[in-house]
Ligand binder design. Structure first.
Ligand SMILES: [Zn+2]
Length: 305
């Protein structure tokens, strides 16, 4: 079902909209790519009404990255998002000083190489150099390219240097635990520079969209998360509870199944050495490649699992 149809379903009857030419203030002002602007405006009051929901306020959008791989556009498209970048280094390893933004880019490149070698999917990276993108731009790229899967790659850090292992996050307004909630808060702060939220994210609207448009997308994302853990666990160490949930802005594309892959803890010596090494990066890439192949094979077969 399309986003617009679903938005139509949640529209308030025209009577309730009278006197609100700018839209319900509860829905906020103009929003970014997803949250759009909020003026749910009824046309032809009294009749079967239509609802205008502008998707994306006119703000300069980032250039779309090149899609690599086979020319056959029927093949699934995977967008890999290297977390952080530019002025935002992400976590920094206390062991060798390596920065998360560099590790995520190396991982994204390794994953791209393995996926392209498989010849079964097309691939695009949200960034292939050291640049900053706000979170909405990252999933915005996936949506504009009509990606079939979005994988945001990160590496965690914790006070407790013993903490280690990878985890896979999918979207939920309610976090699976306090640690997941804290992590989402930290990752969502990538949008904030000098106190200004560059993403101008709206919690109200996103909650509604989340509820009504994203269930299927979220189910697919959860299936992929489980698969990724299963396929990659030969290659990399996962935490005991590897599939977790939290409200990450970067996962909020309503129509692109999205996961955030925390590949390990830079604060842990073993994890940090693993993620910095090209051998470790190749292992992560192999795990993702295997999961992606099975994921799309299942979807094409229509089994879903
Ligand atoms: Zn991160």
């Amino acid at each position: 079902m399309s986003l617009l149809v679903l938005l139509g379903m949640i529209a308030t009857p025209p009577a309730a909209l009278a006197g609100r030419p700018g839209g319900d203030p509860a829905f906020g002002g103009p929003r970014g790519e997803l949250e759009a602007s909020a003026g749910f405006r009824a046309k032809r009051p009294g009749k079967r009404y239509s609802v205008t929901v502008p998707i994306g306020k006119p703000k300069p959008s980032v250039a779309l990255p090149r899609i690599e791989g086979p020319a056959d556009t029927r093949l699934p498209l995977v967008v890999i998002d290297a977390g952080h970048g530019g002025h935002d280094p992400g976590a920094i390893s206390p062991h060798g000083g390596e920065r998360e933004k560099d590790i995520t880019l190396a991982l994204a490149r390794a994953i791209r190489a393995d996926l392209l070698a498989s010849g079964r999917v097309r691939v695009a990276l949200t960034r292939s150099d050291d640049r900053f993108l706000v979170l909405e731009e990252r999933y915005g790229i996936a949506r504009r390219l009509k990606a079939d899967l979005f994988i945001s790659v990160h590496a965690d850090a914790a006070e407790n240097r013993q903490a280690r292992g990878a985890s896979i996050y999918t979207l939920s307004e309610v976090a699976s635990d306090r640690e997941a909630a804290r992590l989402a808060t930290r990752e969502n702060k990538a949008n904030i520079i000098n106190g200004i939220d560059l993403g101008a994210h709206s919690g109200d609207v996103s909650a509604i969209l989340l509820d009504l448009t994203q269930r299927e997308t979220m189910n697919v994302a959860s299936e992929f998360a489980r698969l990724l853990q299963r396929e990659a666990s030969d290659e990399i160490e996962f935490r005991t509870t590897a599939h977790r949930f939290a409200s990450f802005i970067v996962l909020k594309a309503p129509d692109t199944p999205s996961v955030l892959f925390e590949t390990g803890f830079l604060s842990n010596k073993e994890d940090s050495e693993f993620l910095v090494s090209s051998a470790g990066q190749r292992k992560v890439a192999r795990g993702v490649r295997d999961a992606v192949q099975i994921h799309f094979a299942r979807r094409i077969a229509g089994t879903g699992r």
